[in-house]
Structure formats: C-alpha cells, structure tokens
Design a protein around this ligand. Structure first.
Ligand code: E4P
Length: 216
C-alpha cells in the first residue's frame, strides 16, 4: 500500500518525506487555503514546490465545476509537472472531464466519493485514483472502511485498474483497517502516519533495554 500525505503544508510534507516512506501528496482547496495560498500564480508555484520535494504523485484539485473549464484548468495543472494528478469532483461534468483527460493522457484522481456506484463511474471513466472519504462517512454514522472493502471487491471482480485511495483518514487505526481490506493508497495527515509508530510496550521495552545497557 502506498502512503500519501494529505496536506499542502511544506514542513509536514518534508517531515513525512524524511521518514523515507512517502509515495505522494494530496491537496484540496481547504488545505491550500489553510496555507494562505491565493491566486492562480501562487497556486501553480506551490504545486511546483511540492513536486520538487517528493518523487511521487501530487494531486492538484480543479476549482471549476463545468466540463469546459475543468478541462482548461486541468490542462494547466497537468503542465506544471509530470507527477501532477488532476483531482476532479464526482459530478456529471467531472466524470465527463475524467474521460476526456484519460483519452488525452492526463491522469486523474476522482474526489468526493461516498458510494460504490460513484466508484464504478470513476473507474469506467478511467480515473487513475478514486478517493472515498472514509472519515466523513464515519462522521455520518456509516462505515467508511466497509466502503473501501466493497469497492476493492468490485474492482477486483470487474478488473478495473483504478487505484483505491482512501481519503479523509482520521487515525492510525484507519490506515491499518484500509490496508487490511485492500486500499491501494492511504492519504493521511502527518499525525496519523506518526501514530503508527506508537505502542506503549515499545516505550516500556526500550526504557528497560536502555537501563540494562548501562550495566553492560
Ligand atoms: C484528500 O484527497 C481529501 O480531500 C481529504 O482527505 C479530505 O479530508 P477531510 O475529510 O479530513 O477534509
């Protein structure tokens, strides 16, 4: 399973990159706004900076919602760097645009996916990635991990090549559960990635080893 970091914060991207386990980055308009990135030139520059920091795919989300403008915007984003994946919302014009991008050699990440039906459409249109938002599903009292499992089963039976990118991750446990049911990628906040490190028995065991090492 690949690890993407879900942020537009350059320091956090660097921190995850330095761990040596980072395969890519996802962003969205909320995460970009949080970093104070405003205006087309600044947006382009920020994506360029992210692409220079990591070797893997970097998802850059379009801000338009109609086919023609999504295509224009996506072409500009894709031209920034070969690792840019154009993130397109799961709406009618979005599906149409994903199909257009697929036919024109531009890779896409279909975002805001909350059902298996939407995931089937994204795969049919040729999206490189589909992003089910598992944390937001959990927030509405459904089971986000169950949706990942359902999509994994459908894609395997149908032979769809679209990679399942579990998004809206809230914890280290989410990452483990997504790995268990067949997500191809988890995009996570840095804290969830670092949460995987933690176990009290590791801390207790290390403290004892370090204490005993003094007697050696
Ligand atoms: C990433 O691709 C998604 O936009 C992101 O994971 C959404 O996360 P949130 O539900 O925590 O905003």
């Amino acid at each position: 399973m690949k690890f993407f970091i879900d942020t537009a914060n350059l320091a956090q991207i660097q921190e995850a990159h330095d761990l040596g386990i980072l395969d890519g980055v996802t962003t969205n308009p909320t995460l970009m706004a949080k970093e104070g990135i405003k205006g087309e030139a600044a947006i382009m520059k920020h994506y360029e900076a992210i692409c220079e920091m990591v070797e893997g795919d970097v998802s850059a989300e379009v801000l338009s919602t109609d086919f023609k403008t999504i295509v224009e915007e996506g072409k500009k984003l894709a031209a920034i760097h070969p690792n840019i994946v154009v993130k397109v919302p799961m709406i009618k014009d979005g599906v149409k645009a994903i199909k257009w991008f697929t036919e024109n050699g531009i890779r896409t990440n279909c975002t805001l996916v909350f059902s298996a039906g939407q995931a089937i459409l994204a795969a049919k249109a040729g999206a490189a990635y589909v992003s089910p938002f598992i944390g937001r599903i959990d927030d509405s009292n459904w089971d986000g991990v169950e949706l990942i499992a359902q999509i994994a089963q459908i894609y395997s039976i149908q032979g769809f090549k679209t990679e399942i990118l579990a998004a809206s991750i809230r914890s280290a446990l989410h990452i483990v559960k997504c790995a268990e049911v067949g997500a191809d990628v988890c995009t996570c906040p840095v804290d969830s990635i670092l949460g995987l490190l933690k176990h009290p028995l590791t801390d207790i065991g290390l403290a004892k080893f370090l204490e005993d090492a003094k007697k050696m």
